[in-house]
Design a protein around this ligand. Structure first.
Ligand code: FPP
Length: 251
């Protein structure tokens, strides 16, 4: 879906994307194992879902585990897998009750079967919900997402269903993750670093970026609200001029 300049910043973001960074440091500052930070981070996940439900934000995409995170120490990866499985076992009924549709993006075949099964169940159970679309990026990488879209296009060309000259931005955009949603209006990264870290590279092309020093487990609604407040004061131009945006908005 293309971004519409007229629906600019004065509105609530339709789609929020978050890099939940700082769990490890949160734990280390307390001289606790990093896994404790991830557990505290899971509480902030629930808080961010509540935040979106209360503010009428229709889609939330959370970066839970990157393609690169498999390279972390075995103990930490194991603790994260346990946490994901527990969350899938415990939270899905409540998410369903609250009208949340859950979806996973990323290379799910890399997860253990128990987790894959729970992912599929969560998606099936919540598939009719429309209040909030919750996308969990797990074993996800933006480059891998674009590469998969390129591979899908190549397969269609090889099968004679598509001509190379028909490959345009819309054709690629239709084959990356979350193609059925508007791209994120607003991106939040907690934990102080200011980078995108291979998250939704295609989808973030015109997303407004917002960073906070707050570590993810310390995030509360007050911190989160700063981002849409800041977003509301921005002018989104999508490559056009300010005058053009003004004219479109008043047309
Ligand atoms: C980044 O912090 C966070 C992660 C790699 C994991 C995110 C996982 C959660 C918030 C837990 C639960 C999630 C769900 C969806 C149930 P970091 O470890 O890189 O922190 P650091 O930069 O301080 O080391």
């Amino acid at each position: 879906m293309t971004a519409d300049p007229a629906t600019a910043a004065a509105q609530v973001p339709r789609h929020l994307a978050i890099i939940m960074d700082g769990n490890g440091r949160w734990a280390q500052r307390r001289r606790r194992p990093r896994a404790i930070g991830h557990r505290a981070g899971a509480r902030a996940v629930n808080l961010s879902i509540d935040f979106c439900l209360q503010r009428g934000i229709g889609a939330l995409t959370l970066f839970a585990f990157s393609s690169e995170n498999w390279g972390r120490p075995e103990e930490e990866v194991g603790a994260l897998m346990k946490l994901f499985l527990n969350a899938l076992e415990r939270e899905v009924d409540e998410l369903d009750r609250r009208g949340v549709r859950v979806r996973f993006i990323g290379e799910r075949e890399l997860f253990a079967e128990a987790i894959r099964e729970r992912m599929a169940l969560a998606e099936a159970q919540t598939s009719a919900n429309t209040r909030l679309q919750l996308n969990i990026a797990a074993s996800y990488g933006g480059r891998q997402d674009i590469a998969a879209a390129a591979r899908a296009l190549a397969v269609e060309v090889a099968a004679g269903r598509l001509r190379p000259e028909d490959i345009d931005e819309a054709a690629v955009g239709a084959r990356v993750a979350l193609a059925d949603l508007p791209p994120p209006d607003l991106f939040i990264r907690t934990g102080g670093d200011q980078r995108v870290s291979n998250f939704l590279l295609w989808q973030l092309a015109y997303t407004e970026l917002w960073f906070t020093e707050t570590l993810w487990p310390d995030v509360d609604a007050g911190v989160l609200q700063q981002a849409p407040d800041d977003y509301a004061g921005r002018e989104r131009r999508f490559g056009l001029t300010s005058a053009q945006i003004g004219a479109e908005a008043s047309a």
